[in-house]
Design a protein around this ligand. Structure first.
Ligand SMILES: [Zn+2]
Length: 424
């Protein structure tokens, strides 16, 4: 088959010393044949000598693995890198972000977005699930070559304004430029910032149009307090921002509120640090995924001892990892998230966090079949990292994650987005 299309689109032959197809399929001295941006065939190096190719890439000192999928970021907040103090109270942090976001110059914001995208790519991220409150990020992502799902944010606590707020979000989504690898979803921000009416409207729109939906959920105990009782720091925050509506809180737990609004089904649930009794069963039944942001949680000084990671795994709820924004993280490096997850959750093995950063992310972002792996048929979203003499499955996976690893090449959909200078 490849011969027939050969002239229309180049056939690329990549030789890898170690090929990580997925967590459990790791091959030595393998060749991957790429055509039209996809993995067409994988074969042992000795069988590949006769395969004709227009281009050959030799990664004979490298591990080639599926690129990381950063399932939660806010690239728009990249200008806040190193501008806020770790350990801030969450509601104070939100107030500070809102204030600084209103003042940042377009040029500064744009250069920070571009730098963050470059950092993502150079650290081996090939896909991002980004929350966007404006149209600033989409063109930058498209020109970078990254695969992405851009979740357009809806925000507004006053139910009387829900119609207008929904229209604004829908207009943004429908007008947004897309591509084969950049698609658009929706995100009602959270139960403390979105009225029930707006959340329902966004959920209905997502269901009708088949768009992915992401929502921040059960991030802090204070969120639950406000959701149920309408009191605490979130009430004070809404009052300070002059958007508080007395009695407008959901009067139930965050997960139940989101479920009632129809936004829990088949959704990307961001954080879920503090689920209540029965919440994980609800999430499992709703067929939703959870995105854990280890370094953002650490930045806020949250106690991870009570984190439901073990229960999420026991219930087979798909878990993805995300960096969150540079307003609450020092970096946008997924390997750093994987290492922190290993440190915080001692029962996890490198294979578990690798799974979360690849297939877990693909599920969370509803990516096309094969994404998160390098199986035949999958898009070639792949990263080459130097092999440093590690042996065995666990050693190879650690080479991919460890501090100071050396990313030498990054591909998305078969296109080379990055090659280390002096590399091939
Ligand atoms: Zn977030």
């Amino acid at each position: 088959m490849i011969g027939l299309f050969h002239k229309l689109s180049p056939v690329i032959k990549i030789s890898a010393r170690i090929l990580v197809v997925d967590r459990d399929t790791i091959l030595e001295n393998a060749v991957i044949i790429v055509h039209e941006g996809r993995v067409r065939e994988i074969m042992p190096a000795e069988s590949a000598t006769k395969v004709r190719a227009d281009k050959k890439i030799n990664l004979t000192e490298d591990i080639l693995h599926p690129g990381f999928i950063n399932a939660h970021s806010h690239l728009e907040l990249s200008f806040l890198k190193d501008r806020l103090t770790p350990g801030m109270r969450f509601t104070d942090w939100i107030a500070a972000v809102v204030k600084k976001k209103a003042k940042v110059s377009p040029a500064r914001s744009d250069s920070a977005i571009r730098n963050a995208i470059t950092s993502m790519i150079r650290s081996g991220t090939t896909c991002v699930g980004d929350i966007a409150s404006s149209g600033k990020v989409t063109p930058r992502i498209i020109s970078s070559g990254l695969r992405a799902v851009i979740f357009h944010e809806a925000i507004g606590f006053d139910p009387k304004k829900a119609g207008l707020q929904l229209k604004k979000m829908v207009d943004g989504v429908e007008r947004a430029q897309g591509s084969e690898i950049v698609t658009h979803g929706v995100s009602p921000h959270a139960v403390y910032s979105v009225s029930g009416a707006l959340m329902r409207g966004v959920a209905d729109y997502a269901a009708i149009r088949g768009r992915p939906l992401a929502i921040h959920l059960a991030e802090t105990p204070e969120e639950a307090l406000f959701s149920k009782k309408g009191t605490g720091p979130f009430r004070d925050l809404l009052a300070k921002l002059k958007v508080h509506v007395p009695g407008g809180h959901p009067h139930k737990s965050p997960v139940k509120a989101v479920q009632e609004a129809g936004a829990l089904t088949d959704a990307t649930l961001i954080h879920v640090n503090n689920p209540e009794r029965g919440d994980l069963t609800r999430i499992k039944k709703a067929d939703s995924c959870v995105v854990v942001c280890p370094n953002s949680n650490r930045w806020f000084g949250r106690n991870m001892k009570d984190h439901p990671m073990r229960e999420l795994m026991e219930k087979s709820i798909p878990v993805a990892l995300g960096t969150d924004s540079l307003a609450s993280n020092l970096d946008v490096d997924m390997a750093a998230e994987m290492r922190t997850a290993l440190e915080e959750f001692s029962f996890l093995a490198p294979g578990d966090v690798f799974q979360m950063a690849t297939i877990g992310g693909a599920k969370a972002l509803k990516l096309p079949k094969g994404c998160g792996t390098l199986h035949a048929g999958a898009p070639l979203d792949a990263v080459a990292v130097h092999l440093t003499g590690a042996e065995g499955r666990r050693g190879f996976l650690w080479d991919i994650i460890k501090p100071g690893r050396h990313v030498s090449m990054v591909f998305v959909s078969g296109r080379k987005l990055y090659a280390k200078k002096g590399g091939r």
